[in-house]
Write a protein that binds this ligand. Structure first.
Ligand code: NAD
Length: 328
């Protein structure tokens, strides 16, 4: 595997900060963050790591060690850009902005530097379309919040080399992430295809008066949702048997939602300004207190669950007295 030590993150927004924090968990890496705008990177990272400190899965000393491994620049001509071994782009979700940035990076980075994009929906083949050395590019889709959710989808473009994808997966594993390989450049990659297939059905159930939104969420939370952290859908299908799965599908699939357009109910909510947490009403109504409670409870839940699984790199070590780098 190509030796990777110097990581460059482009974009110091919500995702870029968290990705920098993740890479800094391994002392092997030095992390440079580049943004077009000056920003107090350390303050932003501290703020995002706040709930981990409160839940005592991260201590101040470990946070300081990580911050010491991260530097910031607004200068794309700096040595750190020229010397980077691996670059992760996390700038605005705009094709032209991304393509232009990769042109600037290709003109500056070493020819063997690996270039990645954190785009959540844009095609890696299209983002890298104008690059001269397209084989060294892959998508690396971190999930939000990037410092907590273990999954990173490594998405091959129509030109990414297997070796580059393998190297990126090894680097991600070395900072405690759970990389998965998406072998084809398809919209939604792997996990969002499944997530939105579920959301489409959930919305359809409400739209057709089968159950209200609260009931739909309860039905998931107290049934197969409980199993999901332990068994994935295909393991579950094997558990019950492919024969049973086949007969269930023969009976039910023709009745499930298969619309290729967003649902009319979703469109109506959007058009009426019922935007969910942002406006206080979406599929359900939300008070200000409820929205902040839900958000902080979700953060606490993720931190506790991932800590129990040993999935917060460096965190358990911090709690147990700062020995080593935690589980990878
Ligand atoms: N927000 C999410 O939930 C989420 C989840 C997964 C992936 N992503 C992807 O990550 C990327 C970043 O998302 P975000 O939410 O962090 O965005 P953000 O708006 O919080 O941050 C973007 C940052 O990029 C900087 N920037 C813009 N143009 C730049 C350029 N040409 N060079 C350098 N820096 C530039 C901005 O100044 C800003 O600091 C997007 O591609 C997005 O699709 C976002």
């Amino acid at each position: 595997m190509k030796e990777i030590q110097r990581i460059l993150i482009c974009g110091a927004g919500m995702m870029g900060k968290n990705i920098a924090f993740v890479f800094a968990s391994n002392p092997k890496y030095s992390v440079l963050v580049y943004d077009v705008q000056e920003t107090d990177l350390a303050a932003g990272i501290r703020n995002n790591a706040g709930p981990m400190l409160e839940d005592q899965v991260l201590d101040e000393a470990e946070l300081e060690r990580r911050l010491a491994r991260i530097s910031f620049t607004t200068d794309l001509d700096s040595d750190g850009v020229r010397e980077a071994d691996l670059v992760i782009e996390a700038v605005f979700e705009n094709m032209e902005v991304k393509q232009n940035l990769f042109a600037l990076l290709e003109a500056r980075c070493r020819p063997d530097a690996i270039l990645c994009s954190n785009s959540s929906v844009m095609s890696p083949s299209e983002i890298s379309a104008k690059m001269a050395r397209r084989e060294r590019f892959v998508g690396t889709h971190f999930w939000n919040p990037g410092h907590l959710i273990p999954l990173v989808e490594v998405v091959k473009s129509d030109a990414s080399s297997d070796e580059v994808a393998r190297t990126v997966m090894e680097v991600l594993a070395s900072v405690g992430k759970r990389p998965v390989l998406c072998k084809k450049d398809v919209p939604g990659f792997i996990a969002n295809r499944m997530q939105h297939a579920l959301w489409r059905e959930a919305i359809s159930i409400v739209e057709h008066g089968i159950a209200d939104a609260e009931t739909v969420d309860e039905a998931v939370r107290y049934s197969f949702g409980l199993r999901l952290p332990k068994v994935g859908p295909l393991e579950n299908a094997d558990m019950v048997g492919t024969d049973l799965t086949y007969s269930i599908h023969s009976y039910i699939l023709k009745d499930l939602e298969d619309s290729h357009e967003p649902s009319p109910l979703l469109k109506r909510l959007r058009d009426e300004g019922k935007l969910g947490f942002k406006s206080g009403e979406g599929f359900r109504t939300w008070s200000k207190e409820e929205t902040s409670e839900e958000t902080s409870e979700l953060n606490d839940y993720l931190i506790r669950m991932l800590d129990d699984q040993g999935a917060l790199r460096g965190a358990r070590a911090a709690r147990w007295g700062g020995k080593g780098g935690g589980s990878a």
